[in-house]
Design a protein around this ligand. Structure first.
Ligand code: NAD
Length: 493
């Protein structure tokens, strides 16, 4: 069985920051894949817009190199690459001055096709670009704006940014990307919950013991020191990706898959999160910062040694015990953690079910392990339901845990697409289901801001952890004092 690709209508995609890292590693390869699969009609145009002076020919060469570097050799076909490069154009535009805007306007012309403006630039110039697009008369009814994280630094700045872009684009034209939502596994979470009768009746506090969401990186600061040191793990990862995943696990069944039906339910979850403030922040959160250690088999310096001035209390790790205060989730902790320079690169959601109420098996059967649903987003997307079975063969009744593998990519004979492939074309289709609405982003900040203030107020410092480990021991204690363990410590079960 193979997937079917339905072409989208012809479009103009203007990528501000078309020469940047995001465009090179993600956007250009994703658009190439969609074009190679025949989903992009030849009259569509992809217009790189960035500060650098560059010809269209040079931009095409940049894109060719991006494809060589970031698309697997067996997925590169020279005829498809030439077809794709033929759609590319480039205009040198400066967001901060008049330079290039008239040229961009002339290139776009009067066409009434879908026009998407992707802001793959730093957030400080989002507002300026939106304003100039408005002033130049480039925004029509079929125009769309795509913005990347970070959407604000706190509630006030997110609100301000939303207000500004909202002056030029309607909410139904604004696509706030959280690429985690474009991942197959995340969409599979919705399919598992709402396309099967099996899970939903047990998807509650009567049957689920707790939920874990881990987003672990082995990388350190890389080239992002300036941004990261002002942000920290809670802003960089929890406010967006982790809370979005939590919402999809915890939300009530929406009436339909329509964007606002889903987003209304996610919003209710964010609003039901138990506040964390100075009174409980020390019990519910752990901050960490990595010291020197090892990553991927090589010695690596500590966080402070990577900073120019060697001083910072920014957290590179955070663990939070979150609670969703509603009927469905009363008493079910959601343990969240994310960090840099951890032991393994892995992003996963663990739904830990409760043990059976009574075991009929004797001690010779072995340990009864409670069921667990594992949704892995990175490095390889996978869904597995851990269940107990009888150890096959003659002999006594011995029990064993096995994974029901629910990753069907192999049987469907499809390449696992990158999240951006779906999201970039959802923008053209006008489908906002996998994008964050303004009130969701602001509700997430409304929960995060008091945690950050409480850290400051109570003087909760970062605990050191050795690079290449699973974070500070206090994060292990956060879960163990409830009689539970983080998932990786049970690996091999
Ligand atoms: P980058 O520094 O590599 O690229 C920035 C781009 O913006 C360049 O093309 C540059 O020419 C352009 N630019 C800068 N100032 C400009 C101006 N005044 N006028 C016109 N163009 C200008 O940055 P990046 O890593 O590609 O990140 C871009 C955005 O995407 C940021 O907001 C970042 O937080 C976000 N983001 C990046 C990644 C990633 O993997 N790189 C992931 C998620 C989000």
């Amino acid at each position: 069985m193979t997937s079917q690709f339905i072409p989208v209508e012809p479009f103009d995609y203007v990528v501000f920051g078309g020469t940047g890292d995001l465009a090179e590693r993600k956007l250009i390869p994703a658009l190439y894949h969609r074009a190679a699969d025949g989903q992009v009609l030849p009259s569509s145009r992809i217009i790189g817009a960035a500060r650098a002076e560059m010809s269209t020919e040079a931009f095409r060469e940049f894109a060719r190199q991006a494809i060589v570097a970031h698309v697997k050799p067996d997925e590169r076909r020279s005829d498809k690459i030439e077809f794709f490069l033929g759609m590319l154009h480039y205009v040198s535009v400066d967001a901060a001055s008049e330079r290039g805007w008239a040229e961009l306007k002339a290139l776009l012309g009067e066409d009434d096709r879908v026009r998407a403006f992707y802001l793959a630039v730093g957030p400080t110039i989002f507002a300026e670009i939106a304003a100039r697009l408005g002033a130049c008369g480039l925004i029509g009814a079929d125009s769309r704006l795509v913005v990347e994280k970070p959407i604000g630094h706190d509630l006030a700045s997110a609100h301000e940014l939303n207000l500004t872009i909202g002056r030029y684009f309607g909410e139904n034209q604004i696509f706030r990307i959280d690429h985690y939502l474009g991942k197959e596994t995340v969409q599979n979470l919705m399919a598992l919950r709402f396309a099967n009768a099996l899970y939903e009746p047990i998807w509650n506090s009567a049957h689920i013991d707790h939920v874990q969401i881990t987003v672990a990186e082995t990388l350190g600061l890389e080239a992002r020191a300036g941004y990261y040191d002002r942000s920290g793990a809670i802003r960089d990862m929890v406010q967006n990706h982790i809370l979005q995943l939590l919402c999809l696990v915890a939300m009530e069944p929406p009436a339909s898959i329509a964007a606002d039906a889903v987003r209304d339910e996610k919003l209710k979850v964010l609003r039901a999160l138990k506040p964390i403030d100075a009174s409980n922040v020390a019990d519910m959160t752990v901050r960490g910062q990595y010291g020197a250690g090892a990553a991927d088999g090589a010695a690596v310096p500590g966080y402070l040694e990577e900073l120019a001035d060697g001083k910072s209390d920014t957290e590179t790790f955070v663990a939070i015990k979150a609670e969703v205060e509603n009927w469905r989730w009363a008493g079910v902790p959601f343990y969240l953690r994310t960090g840099k320079r951890l032991a393994q690169r892995v992003s996963e959601i663990i739904i830990q079910f409760k043990p059976v109420p009574h075991s009929i098996f004797g001690p010779e059967a072995g340990r009864l392990i409670a069921n667990r649903l594992v949704l892995r987003l990175q490095p390889d997307e996978a869904v597995g339901q851990m269940i107990m079975i009888k150890d096959p063969g003659p002999g006594g009744m011995r029990l064993r845990q096995v994974a029901l593998d629910m990753s069907f990519a192999d049987s469907f004979a499809v390449r696992a697409p990158d999240a951006y492939e779906r999201l970039l074309l959802d923008v053209i289709r006008g489908n906002q289901t996998l994008f964050m609405r303004r009130d969701e982003v602001e509700a997430a900040w409304r929960w995060i801001d008091p945690i950050i203030s409480a850290w400051r107020e109570t003087g909760l410092k970062c605990r050191k952890y050795t690079a290449g480990t699973w974070g500070p021991s206090a994060a292990i204690a956060l879960v163990e004092r409830d009689g539970r363990t983080w998932h990786e410590e049970e690996a091999g079960d």
